[in-house]
Design a protein. Structure first.
Length: 355
């Protein structure tokens, strides 16, 4: 028995319009074919921007669930290097390994003399002093006592390329001199986007020890450039159920009304009519680059399909034709390879389609 499903689709085009006034840093895509209401994934190819500036925003609290590899550390020490699991760009340099300090920070270079023993910040960063951690993420840097807990620091690379994440977890780590108080927090590095997340389940301070100060921020490899969260640069502060994201570039998607419809390299849309979408790449200094993606939605139409089955098993005398309503003109492409005609013949039993 001949079975002939009809697939009717209108070819549509995705038009890429590049701003003429600047060299585009981002391109939206793809060329695709959709019908009204069909879902299509829009993608972007953004130049990976990895420079010497960062900005941050508070994001919904959502710590990573990981098991990880335990790191055993005594008080005021560091361990490593450990593999990141992918290449990560930080202050313009690409790294594939990291070191973990007991006092709440990681570094991408081998710690120098006195870094781990400098248990709390001497003052605000940037700080180029030889005993201050460099190429480091502080999340937060204060005097934690990992010698009083077992399995309380771990790391794990999770996910699949190109969206893997390195998760470094400090879990119920006591504070030095206030050992009944403990902190739980994470540092998360994102592949491709080079995002850095800080997740704070509980961050406390010990006001009776070194003024209870702590730092949440980033510092470059020579201690000349640093970025910190407002009010958290060698100050007395605490946090509960917070998440923060550091980035050098951010990708946003907008519809024709300027409404934000998504963020990140991809977004799913299902337009009912032809729609122009805008993808915007925002650098950490506020510079923006954009591209427009036009999804053209074809009109719906109907037609009548006529099928003549084969006369017997093994015969090739089946045929099919489609008569579309409306004036056209129409183009046809059959799964048999025939084009430019609304009918095909000489068919064996089987399934066929026409576009």
């Amino acid at each position: 028995m001949l079975r002939t499903p009809l697939i009717i689709a209108l070819f549509s085009a995705v038009t890429l319009i590049l701003p003429l006034s600047v060299q585009a840093q981002i391109t939206g895509f793809p060329d695709t074919t959709i019908c009204s209401g069909e879902t299509v994934t829009l993608g972007s190819d953004a130049s990976v921007f990895c420079g010497d500036c960062y900005t941050y925003e508070e994001i919904p609290y959502l710590p990573e669930e990981t098991s990880g590899t335990d790191i055993t550390m005594v008080d005021d020490t560091y361990e490593g290097p450990f593999p990141i699991g992918f290449e990560f760009c930080f202050f313009g340099e690409v790294y594939d390994e990291f070191y973990v300090c007991s006092n709440g920070w990681i570094s991408f270079i081998e710690p120098g003399p006195g870094w781990a023993g400098n248990w709390t910040p001497d003052g605000p960063i940037p700080d180029a002093a030889t005993n201050v951690p460099k190429a480091a993420i502080f999340a937060p840097w204060t005097d934690w006592h990992t010698g009083l807990c077992t399995g309380c620091v771990s790391y794990e690379t999770t996910g699949t390329a190109p969206d893997r994440r390195l998760v470094v977890t400090y879990d119920e780590v006591p504070l030095f001199s206030c050992t009944s108080d403990a902190g739980t927090f994470q540092i998360v590095l994102h592949e491709t986007t080079n995002f850095i997340d800080n997740h704070f389940t509980e961050v406390l301070v010990c006001p009776t020890w070194d003024l209870g100060i702590a730092t949440q921020g980033l510092q470059n490899a020579d201690g000349t450039i640093a970025f910190t969260v407002d009010g958290r640069n060698a100050t007395d502060w605490s946090a509960t159920n917070e998440s923060w994201r550091w980035y050098t570039t951010f990708i946003s998607w907008f519809d024709e009304d300027g409404t934000l419809i998504g963020s990140g390299p991809e977004v799913d849309v299902a337009p009912e009519v032809t729609t122009v979408y805008t993808v915007v790449q925002t650098l950490c200094d506020g510079t923006e680059f954009s591209d427009e993606v036009t999804i053209t939605v074809g009109e719906s139409f109907s037609g009548t399909l006529t099928v003549n089955d084969v006369s017997c098993g093994g015969a090739t005398d089946g045929s099919a034709s489609i008569a579309l309503d409306g004036a056209g003109p129409y183009t046809y492409e059959w799964s048999t390879g025939a084009t430019g005609t609304n009918s095909v013949s000489g068919l064996a039993a089987g399934s066929y389609s026409v576009i």
